[in-house]
Design a protein. Structure first.
Lengths: 340, 340
């Protein structure tokens, strides 16, 4: 029977899989934001020496994995499985990177929830003794995402105040059975939730109900409350989605206002003209692999809940009148430096 | 350490996760093929009462899951996690189905390898005691795939002899820690392999090297040979890809000619005008969930190796001059009725 299950949706990872290294590579705009010191590499231009944004995104993902593996003191041959995906159709960023890296590959699609989805499944592979080292990775790219999901940049369309700015960047984590590093102790995989939002320029509102549902499920399953966390970070809800999430969670009886932030708010500053904030798979990935990981390693954060959030729409589903379903997966990451 | 790992790429699932039920729903053309008696439902028309092929595909997937769960004597609330994906951009067939089914969801993208990818990860969740019941599922739809990957059907373009016919259909498996049914004993997740094929009308050739690589890795890791299997079935290589695979595996020293078939060859008959054979995520899904599962349950097959194969291209990657990377994941399924 499912001995590792806690409550309805949550799993307890008793062996405490360790995140022994992370890496993050970001684009020029992200490199001008408030977290710039925390990223391993800031690109000078978002083509990264490639002929298309799509090829650039795949290279960013690939180089991020290589860097994370190198920082772990390993080579790609040491990694048993790579779990990842991205926003591009048929996840070509991750698939083409996996081709070069030659690591057995599980392709995932969780839209912007992919950092938490890949970390969840990767940590389970480690916890269950199915691998000694895995890599969890995702990426996004402003320019490739805009032309795929909205309009080609050349179109110069206006962006409403609810819109968000897709982060150009990739974050990768090396998760291991041994070694040192912050560890994954609980995972709460999410359900697909859809309250009927149809505005593809208001993703934060579309994803907020899924974030709230997963946070409440996590609290209900584990018994944890706000006081048990130093940080609860959603993936890329932006300002509007964050407010909605906080209110929805409060309505279920849980106040998270003291510790709650959103990676989409952290990654850019107000003067960077990003309207409601950052978004994209890369958003929670670079903020977690860069900023939060550093603070976890230093012990400034003892325990955090990463709640990466994805909007599961496609241009086709929107054209056919569908609303935007959201999903959120939550992962508890604990600092290595405490006996809490 | 990774106690469940066997050799370089393979995992041994010691608890023998059971496939306690499967379901398959197919389109009209598949329902005229040689395996028609093995499918649970044959649709009268490929819109399935919906207004678009995409909505129809999502409904097919959803109804297949519901049917599999019902055949297992369960309800969707009993299923701890659903793992699945499909060929449509942003896997909307699976995501929108997961919205209705309300089961915590891991979205996957492995192109046509998804049946084996979802079965692999689902079986690991069961084996590691992370769930009591999971559903692994995938789908494809001829008409939605054609217009997304090639040309709108209205275009009436000609199909070269190497082309394949995307199966309209979905297959779902309920995997459980207890109960009765054929069981999953080994999984060999695959690497992304690309030998440079660029012809999107010759997917079989593009995916064959990945299939061969995974089959050889499986033999090398487990020590199994052709004689240990009653059936080795690749996913959707068709006639051309099957021949290439068999030859590539033979060059590595393994003869599989006596037990090797391809789901894309099984699903249609020669007079159905499908050129090189069937393809799509649904191909290996309906053939395995329908035909092979029935034979496993009856004990006519004692042990089979499902090697579902995916082509990880996108229209964008092809337009940008990229070749077609392939991936193949292998799963050993054993009949319940023997002590072999």
């Amino acid at each position: 029977m499912a001995n590792n299950k806690v409550g309805q949706q949550t799993l307890k990872l008793n062996s405490h899989p360790k995140i022994i290294a992370t890496a993050s590579i970001v684009g020029p705009k992200e490199g001008e934001g408030p977290l710039k010191e925390y990223f391993d590499m800031v690109l000078q231009d978002d083509y990264f020496g490639e002929k298309s944004w799509e090829k650039a995104e795949s290279k960013i993902l690939r180089e991020t994995v290589k860097l994370a593996v190198q920082k772990a003191g390993l080579t790609p041959e040491d990694i048993h499985y790579m779990l990842g995906g991205d926003l591009l159709n048929q996840i070509i960023s991750a698939s083409f990177a996996a081709r070069e890296l030659k690591i057995p590959f599980f392709g995932l699609y969780g839209a912007c929830s992919t950092m938490a989805e890949s970390l969840t499944l990767g940590s389970i592979l480690i916890d269950g003794q199915y691998a000694d080292y895995v890599v969890a990775v995702t990426s996004s790219h402003f320019s490739s995402a805009e032309r795929q999901f909205r309009f080609p940049l050349e179109h110069g369309n206006q962006r409403p105040p609810t819109s968000q700015w897709t982060v150009t960047g990739s974050g990768a984590m090396v998760v291991a059975s041994g070694g040192e590093g912050p560890c994954v102790t609980y995972v709460t995989p999410g359900r697909v939730i859809d309250l009927g939002i149809k505005d593809a320029n208001n993703m934060g509102a579309a994803m907020a109900p899924a974030a709230a549902h997963t946070i409440v499920a996590h609290f209900r399953d584990t018994g944890f409350l706000q006081r048990d966390y130093d940080v609860i970070a959603t993936g890329d809800l932006g300002k509007i989605g964050k407010d909605i999430t906080q209110e929805m969670v409060l309505k279920e009886g849980y106040d998270i206002s003291l510790v709650y932030t959103d990676c989409g708010i952290e990654v850019f500053s107000d003067d960077q003209d990003v309207n409601s904030g950052g978004s994209g798979c890369g958003c929670s990935a670079v903020v977690t692999c860069g900023y939060f990981y550093d603070r976890l390693v230093k012990g400034e954060i003892k325990r955090m809940l990463l709640v990466a959030t994805g909007a599961l729409l496609s241009p086709t589903s929107s054209q056919q009148g569908e609303s935007i379903p959201g999903i959120a997966h939550a992962v508890t990451i604990e600092s290595m430096s405490k006996g809490r």
